[in-house]
Design a binder for this molecule. Structure first.
Ligand SMILES: [Zn+2]
Length: 196
């Protein structure tokens, strides 16, 4: 399957593609057009999201993944309806997928739009898979750029892992990931899993 990714960097794109492959059970190929925004580029993410949603439709992809770090915002709850303090709600609202979903795409697969706001980052999810002994709450690290760098260092041993290092560390973790087990440990992962 082919998806567009609205993510912060190529590491996140690659990790989310791996996670999606695991959850869908089929190979996932990122769209050749990349939509990445600078770390902490929350307002850019909101601006990009509707274009990514439309791109998935017009390029006849299978869908799009929208992902951004939580960065200390309110955690999404299923009872939310467009909570202004919640990144998940705001990102979903900005993507406005109702517009492309209403378009006719003869012969194309049904579009899937998936939203992920890992608390606090996708590295938290992978560290939980690794059973890293977090001192205190796993969600306690990763707020602000210093915290995000720390999570990368804990997972990859490097604050700015290249693609090769990222794959070397992330692939075995995603392979051994038990989605139901991780959903028990991370509410934000559960919210992503529930959309699959
Ligand atoms: Zn919410």
């Amino acid at each position: 399957m082919k998806f567009a990714f609205c993510v912060e960097d190529e590491t996140d794109e690659a990790v989310f593609a791996l996670i999606l492959e695991k959850l869908l059970g089929v190979p996932v190929e990122p769209d050749r057009t990349t939509y990445q925004f600078a770390r902490g580029g929350w307002s850019t993410a909101l601006l990009l999201a509707p274009s990514v949603a439309k791109r998935a439709a017009t390029a006849y992809l299978d869908g799009a993944v929208f992902a951004i770090d939580n960065d200390g915002s309110s955690e999404h709850e299923s009872a939310h309806s467009n909570d202004e303090r919640c990144r998940f709600c705001l990102l979903r609202q900005a993507a406005n997928v109702q517009v492309p979903l209403a378009w006719t795409r003869a012969g194309a697969p049904p579009l899937r739009y998936l939203f992920a706001v890992p608390v606090q980052t996708v590295e938290t999810w992978l560290l939980l898979v690794k059973e890293y002994p977090f001192p205190g709450l796993p969600e306690g690290i990763g707020i602000g750029h210093v915290g995000r760098r720390k999570l990368k260092r804990l997972l990859y041993g490097d604050e700015d892992p290249g693609r090769a290092l990222m794959r070397e560390i992330a692939i075995p973790l995603v392979t051994r990931m038990d989605p139901q087990d991780l959903a028990q440990k991370s509410k934000s992962f559960k919210q992503f899993l529930n959309q699959i």
